[in-house]
Design a protein around this ligand. Structure first.
Ligand SMILES: CC(C)(COP(=O)(O)OP(=O)(O)OC[C@H]1O[C@@H](n2cnc3c(N)ncnc32)[C@H](O)[C@@H]1OP(=O)(O)O)[C@@H](O)C(=O)NCCC(=O)NCCS
Length: 423
C-alpha cells in the first residue's frame, strides 16, 4: 500500500474535526439566497456545494489547493493528483511511492477490449470510453466492500482504491480507443516503468516528438479539475452521493463532459477555426474575423471556445497553451489563426450585451495544438480531456466520501409555486 493512504488518513482526521467544528459553530449561517432567475438559470452563482480540490475565482481562474495553474504547468499529473487528494505537493519519496502505486495498477481487463471491439465502427470515442468505465464496475473495491458491510468512516479507503485503479487504467483505455477507432494498428500495452503522461504518449503511438510528450503532460495537468459546480463534477458528486461507486459516477459524469457546452467544445472550436481558414484561404484578416463572428451568431450558434459560466477573464489554461504554442510553433497557420481570433473575437463579443464573458476558455486553443502535432481526429479530443479530468473528479469523490457527504436532495418547486411568489 502506498503512502497516499497514510497521508490521507492524517489529513482526513483534521478535515473531519474542522468540518464538525464549522457545522456546530456556524451551521445556520447563510451562504446564498436563490432568486427566481437563478432557479430558471442553471443555478448560476448559487453557493451550495463544497469543493476543496480546486477553486475558480471569476477573476483568476483555476487554483488547485491554493496554487494557481501558472505554478503547476511544469508539474506531472501524479504531483497534481497528490496535491488535490492531500492538500500538499508530495515530497520526492512520497511522489515515488505514489507513482509506483499507480504504475502497478495499469493493466486493463481483457473484456474491456472485447467490448470495445464489438462496438459499431461509427461509435463516438466518448461512448467507447464511458462504456469501458461502466463495464469495469465489477472491479469496484468499494462496491464489493459495501456489500460485505464496510463501516461508513472507512468507505473512503475503498473509494480511493477505485480512484487509483481508474486513474491508472484510463490512459491505456483512452489510447486503445484512439488506435482502435482510427485504425492506427495494434493496441500498445502499458509500460509499468513509465509515469502517467509518458505512458499515455507512448500508448497513443503518435510521432515521437519530445515537445508533443510535454504537451500531453501539460494537457493532463491543465484540465485536471475546475471546482465542484461544473456539469461533470456536479454529476459525479450527485451520483456518488447515492453510494454508487466511482465506475458508475465517473461514467455518468463523462456523459455530461461529452456535451458541446462542456468538454466537446474543443472539437467544435477547432472545426470552426478550420472552416474559417478554408473559407478565407488561410489565416483570416481582422475584418474577415468580424464578419465570421457575426455570421456564426446569426446562424444561432455560439462562438466555440469563448465565454464561460464562471470566469470573467481569459482562462489561465488558455494562456498556458497559448504560451506553449508561442514557444514551440509560433508560425503554424492554424495556431496563428487561433492567436488572431483572440485579438478580435473578445472585442466583438463585448458588443453583445447578454454575453457575460467575451474571453476565451481553454477549448479555444487546445484543438489547434493537438492538430499541429498530427492528432487530427477531433472527436477524440474530449477523451483526452476526460483522462485529465478523472484526476479531479475522483479526488473530489474520495474526499466527499471521507467527509461523509450525505445524499444530494435539493428541493424542486413547481411553476405554480413561482407564480405565487412572483404574484
Ligand atoms: C460556456 C457557456 C456555455 C457559458 O454559458 P452561460 O453561463 O450561460 O454564459 P452567459 O451567461 O454569458 O450566456 C448568456 C447568453 O450569451 C450567450 N453566449 C455566451 N457565450 C457565447 C458565445 N461564446 N457565443 C455566442 N453566444 C454566447 C449564451 O448562449 C446566452 O444566450 P441566450 O441567453 O440567448 O441563451 C457559453 O459561454 C458558451 O456556450 N460558450 C461556447 C461553448 C464553449 O466554449 N464551451 C466550453 C466551456 S469551458
Amino acid at each position: 500500500m502506498s503512502i497516499i493512504f497514510d497521508r490521507m488518513s492524517e489529513r482526513i482526521e483534521e478535515w473531519r474535526m474542522e468540518d464538525w467544528q464549522l457545522k456546530s459553530k456556524g451551521g445556520n449561517k447563510v451562504l446564498s439566497e436563490v432568486t427566481v432567475a437563478q432557479a430558471y438559470g442553471g443555478m448560476r452563482g448559487v453557493r451550495a456545494l463544497i469543493c476543496d480540490t480546486s477553486r475558480v475565482p471569476q477573476d483568476k481562474g483555476l487554483i488547485v489547493r491554493g496554487m494557481p495553474l501558472a505554478e503547476l504547468v511544469d508539474k506531472t499529473p501524479e504531483e497534481v493528483y497528490f496535491l488535490m487528494l492531500t492538500g500538499d505537493l508530495p515530497t520526492k519519496d512520497e511522489l515515488k511511492s505514489f507513482t509506483d502505486d499507480i504504475k502497478a495498477r495499469k493493466n486493463v481487463p481483457a473484456y474491456v477490449w472485447d467490448l470495445l471491439r464489438a462496438m459499431p465502427r461509427d461509435t463516438h470515442p466518448m461512448v467507447m470510453l464511458n462504456s469501458a468505465i461502466l463495464i469495469m464496475h465489477k472491479e469496484s473495491v468499494f462496491a464489493d466492500e459495501y456489500d460485505r458491510g464496510i463501516k461508513k468512516d472507512d468507505q473512503w479507503k475503498s473509494t480511493l482504491e477505485d480512484a487509483l485503479n481508474l486513474v491508472a487504467k484510463l490512459p491505456a483505455i483512452a489510447a486503445g480507443i484512439y488506435r482502435m477507432k482510427f485504425n492506427k494498428g495494434e493496441i500498445i500495452p502499458p509500460d509499468s516503468s513509465m509515469d502517467l503522461a509518458g505512458d499515455y504518449f507512448h500508448m497513443l503511438g503518435v510521432s515521437d516528438v519530445p515537445d508533443f510528450k510535454d504537451l500531453i503532460r501539460l494537457y493532463l495537468v491543465a484540465h485536471c479539475d475546475h471546482e465542484g459546480g461544473n456539469v461533470s463534477a456536479l454529476a459525479t458528486q450527485v451520483i456518488s452521493s447515492s453510494l454508487a461507486d466511482l465506475y458508475y459516477s465517473l461514467s455518468g459524469a463523462f456523459n455530461g463532459l461529452a456535451g458541446p457546452l462542456h468538454g466537446l467544445a474543443n472539437q467544435e472550436s477547432l472545426k470552426w477555426v478550420l472552416e474559417i481558414m478554408e473559407k478565407y484561404g488561410g489565416t483570416p484578416t481582422n475584418n474577415q474575423i468580424k464578419e465570421i463572428v457575426a455570421k456564426t451568431m446569426e446562424s444561432g450558434k455560439v462562438i466555440p471556445g469563448y465565454g464561460h459560466a464562471v470566469l470573467r477573464i481569459t482562462d489561465p489554461r488558455f494562456d498556458a497553451f497559448l504560451n506553449f504554442g508561442k514557444k514551440h510553433f509560433p508560425n503554424d497557420p492554424v495556431f496563428l489563426t487561433v492567436s488572431r481570433l483572440y485579438e478580435v473575437v473578445p472585442e466583438e463579443l463585448k458588443k453583445i450585451e447578454k454575453i457575460k464573458n467575451p474571453w476565451p476558455n481553454v477549448d479555444a486553443v487546445t484543438g489547434a495544438i493537438l492538430y499541429y502535432y498530427g492528432l487530427k481526429e477531433f472527436s477524440y479530443y474530449t477523451v483526452m480531456f476526460a483522462v485529465s479530468r478523472s484526476l479531479g473528479l475522483t479526488a473530489q469523490t474520495v474526499i466527499n466520501r471521507a467527509m461523509l457527504t450525505p445524499l444530494f436532495r435539493p428541493k424542486s418547486v413547481s411553476t405554480q409555486y413561482i407564480r405565487d411568489i412572483v404574484g
